[in-house]
Design a protein around this ligand. Structure first.
Ligand code: NAP
Length: 236
């Protein structure tokens, strides 16, 4: 049977780098994002028999339907990566409720919905899930109280789920990146942050992808939070 890996947020940034590594390792990939054209381009670049799907991770019906389509076209999903995420940075006093809700829905409700949908397939034959969190989820940051809450919540969710499903041979882990070069950070001035990063640079998406793939494939690790931040958390 094929090893099938669904990467939500696989069209760009960290998710895309994960998909590239997994494709090299012989997995069949489902690249999932809202923008189908960008997802198709990312799937096409992988070569081989990979497929793109359009889905808003915050909508339950959309997620359900996407898992049904993935199973129909690729077979049961036994590996899941939740890398879809957004930030709407703002001091809390200026934050709009609609931006709070969109972060909560995309970053926290989204992984809950995809994990729930994946359970139905994984419960038969086991599986492995990696949720992409952030060091901001436990360190906090000015202007990111809501984003931090979504990522802190994701850790609690993942560790609880790891306890719930371990007996079904399903593992659930988290990778918590620091600053990584992607569309999400392109507006930041790197030199303003590197003094706090022991390794002196922002990470690359591939730096995080190696950690995601390691956890996806590590048979005796579950409920773990792996920090990939160049040493940032030691200084802030
Ligand atoms: P990115 O380059 O902006 O990519 C985000 C991906 O998520 C895209 O594929 C995007 O595609 C997808 N996405 C966003 N909203 C979605 C939705 N509602 N439904 C489905 N897909 C959605 O971001 P990134 O930097 O790779 O971030 C990946 C994850 O790492 C996020 O969870 C982020 O919070 C986390 N993270 C990033 C950093 C960093 O420094 N970059 C640091 C710590 C944690 P569409 O827009 O087409 O939907």
């Amino acid at each position: 049977m094929d090893k099938v890996c669904a990467v939500f947020g696989g069209s760009r940034g960290i998710g895309r780098a994960v998909a590239q590594l997994m494709a090299q390792k012989g997995y069949r990939l489902a690249i999932v994002a809202r923008n189908l054209e960008v997802a198709k381009a990312a799937a096409g670049e992988l070569g081989g028999n990979h497929l793109a799907f359009s889905c808003d991770v915050a909508k339950e019906e959309d997620v359900q339907h996407t898992f049904e389509e993935m199973e129909k076209h690729l077979g049961p999903v036994n590996f899941l990566v939740n890398a879809a995420g957004i930030n709407r940075d703002s001091l809390l006093v200026r934050a709009k409720a609609e931006d709070m809700i969109s972060q909560l829905h995309t970053n926290l409700l989204g992984p809950m919905l995809t994990c729930k949908a994946a359970m139905k397939m994984m419960i038969q034959q086991g599986g492995s899930i990696v949720n992409v969190g952030s060091i901001i989820g436990f360190k906090g940051n000015v202007g990111q109280s809501v984003y931090s809450a979504t990522k802190g919540g994701l850790i609690g969710f993942s560790r609880s789920l790891a306890k719930e499903v371990a007996r079904k041979k399903i593992r659930v882990n988290v990778v918590a990146p620091g600053f990584i070069h992607t569309d999400m950070t392109k507006h930041l001035k790197e030199e303003q942050f590197t003094k706090n990063i022991l390794l002196g640079r922002f990470g690359e998406a591939l730096d995080v992808a190696h950690a995601v793939v390691f956890l996806l494939e590590s048979p005796y690790i579950t409920g773990h939070v792996l920090v990939v931040d160049g040493g940032l958390q030691l200084t802030i």
